[in-house]
Design a protein around this ligand. Structure first.
Ligand SMILES: NC(=O)c1ccc[n+]([C@@H]2O[C@H](COP(=O)([O-])OP(=O)(O)OC[C@H]3O[C@@H](n4cnc5c(N)ncnc54)[C@H](O)[C@@H]3O)[C@@H](O)[C@H]2O)c1
Length: 257
């Protein structure tokens, strides 16, 4: 939780994937810094919103699917209708390919569509829905979530890396288009973060993930939330189109050692 920082006071945020993992940490951090948070998630679970309210903040939960344009409209209507404005969008929801192999040859259409529709199309639909609303109140800030898979070759992440690489490029494109009109759009590329998305990894995989970082541990969701809150805030007023690894130094570290 933020130590008494109120950088986001009075701002209205839509955060996807806020039920668990990184999205939950981002939602809690933004609320702790003063934002009103509307969480959009596939899961019908309002525990994050309830936690925020119990902590004295403002939050609501909407069941939605980031792949569906109509769901984005409902989410925006809630933000604008309920609170009169939209200042922040966190495109955090994402998936890996749980349907089968994710290497280029064995990957099938179901896996490709699931990952690319969620991780890339969902981010595009989110920005498409949010940007016009932000322009109505003179600007805003968007944080998308990429991955180290967008920046370097990793095994068995073909659809995922394609989608996350698309998020990086789309972030830069959108930043170019809307920066001059007051909307800053940035992308965080996390290292391996200890969230439910890692369910099922073996101890040896965990050790390898930890060893890939210069800081030899898995990241915490709060590590990403701290970076997201910075990018949302006016402290990042001169940051747009930035691709920010928050990865314990993984992107810097050589392959040996
Ligand atoms: N955990 C990591 O190591 C890591 C590393 C790099 C990037 N990421 C990215 O960070 C983001 C969050 O990952 P996480 O580890 O917290 O995952 P997670 O699985 O713990 O949480 C993902 C959340 O997104 C929601 N969600 C999934 N599909 C959705 C959809 N179509 N519409 C609405 N909500 C949906 C889920 O219900 C869940 O609450 C993802 O974009 C992921 O790709 C994670």
């Amino acid at each position: 939780m933020s130590p008494g920082i109120t950088r986001l006071e009075g701002r209205v945020a839509v955060i996807t994937g806020g039920v668990q993992g990184i999205g939950r940490a981002v939602a809690l951090r933004c609320a702790a810094e003063g934002a009103t948070v509307i969480i959009g998630d596939l899961q019908d679970d309002d525990s994050t919103a309830k936690q925020i309210v119990a902590d004295g903040g403002q939050a609501s939960h909407i069941v939605m699917d980031t792949r569906q344009r109509d769901d984005w409209k409902r989410l925006m209507d809630e933000a604008i209708g309920g609170h009169g404005r939209l200042d922040m969008l966190g495109n955090i929801a994402g998936v890996t390919n749980t349907f089968g192999p994710d290497n280029v040859v064995d990957l099938d259409d179901i896996g490709w569509d699931h990952v690319v529709n969620t991780d890339l199309r969902g981010v595009w639909l989110g920005m498409q829905a949010a940007i016009p609303r932000m322009l109505e109140n003179g600007g805003g800030s968007i944080v998308n979530i990429g991955s180290m898979a967008a920046l370097k070759g990793l095994e068995n992440l073909a659809a995922y890396s394609a989608a996350k690489g698309g998020v990086v490029s789309l972030t830069q494109q959108a930043a170019m288009e809307y920066g001059p009109r007051g909307i800053r759009i940035n992308c965080i590329c996390p290292g391996t973060i200890d969230t439910p998305i890692l369910a099922g990894i073996t101890d040896s995989m965990k050790k390898n993930f930890e060893a890939a970082h210069i800081i030899p541990r898995l990241g915490k969701p709060e590590d990403i939330a701290a970076a997201a809150a910075f990018l949302f805030s006016d402290d990042a007023a001169f940051c747009t189109g930035e691709i920010l690894p928050v990865d314990g130094g993984w992107n810097t570290k050589g392959s040996a050692g």
